[in-house]
Ligand binder design. Structure first.
Ligand code: DX5
Ligand code: ZN
Length: 221
């Protein structure tokens, strides 16, 4: 399975988000992580489909779009139309998860399911049995803000997902998101993590530091 570092654009300058996009592109990154927040599911607001669409016009990067919304089912078409490559929805809010996964797939997009730190893997087992998702996102902070501290306990969930992937012959990638710093990469790799979302720790590094960070994940540079 391929590994990637996915810079989180939430940590960029929101007066000119394309700056962060350009940094990731010039560093040779392949993915960019875009956090969409509604102020309900998470206590923060970020940006919407128009921003994604405008950024899409400026970049060929793989858009890993993370919907932290109470009703993501209402916005799938808008974010697919805006140019998302992968759309991740959370299991916690009450909407039809299976239908929403199938809608994302019907629009030709890859799909992820996200679980918050307090949500056990058992909370998505039924969904994983019913549909083939491309990615499982294990939040390593309580969602809403960048710059928080990494919650190490989440790694036992990643390990459970790694074992489930092996025994069920599923092909989903495992992503960690929130507070990820270079020192977290090795322990995460040991439990099968493939995608490392990093905002604060990525953009505060120098160019050389960012490349070392990306290479440590196993990303082919
Ligand atoms: C938090 C977001 C994360 C966040 C990561 O709710 O889902 O993607 O932007 O940012 P850092 O790496 O700054 O913690
Ligand atoms: Zn995110």
């Amino acid at each position: 399975m391929k590994n990637f570092l996915a810079p989180s654009i939430l940590a960029g300058n929101h007066a000119n988000l394309s700056d962060a996009l350009n940094i990731a592109e010039s560093d040779g990154r392949k993915w960019i992580h875009l956090d969409i927040m509604d102020g309900h599911f998470v206590p923060n607001l970020s940006f919407g489909p128009q921003t994604v669409s405008d950024l899409r016009k400026k970049s060929e990067l793989f858009f890993d779009v993370h919907l932290m919304l109470d009703n993501p089912d209402l916005y799938i078409d808008a974010f697919a139309e805006a140019g998302s490559d992968l759309i991740t929805i959370h299991i916690e809010p009450n909407y039809n998860h299976i239908e929403t996964v199938q809608r994302i797939q019907s629009l030709g997009k890859k799909v992820g399911i996200a679980i918050n730190p307090s949500t056990p893997v058992s909370g998505i087992i039924e969904l994983l049995e019913q549909v083939d998702v491309d990615l499982v996102l294990c939040m390593t902070v309580n969602p809403g803000f960048g710059g928080q501290s990494f919650i190490g306990d989440v790694l036992q969930k990643a390990n459970q997902l790694k074992q489930l992937r092996e025994t069920s012959n599923k092909k989903f990638l495992i992503e960690v998101d929130g507070g990820v710093c270079p020192e977290h990469v090795k322990p995460c790799l040991d439990v099968g993590v493939n995608i490392f979302v990093a905002g604060t720790a990525y953009f505060r590094e120098s160019s050389a530091g960012r490349s070392v960070f990306a290479r440590s994940t196993g990303e082919e540079i």
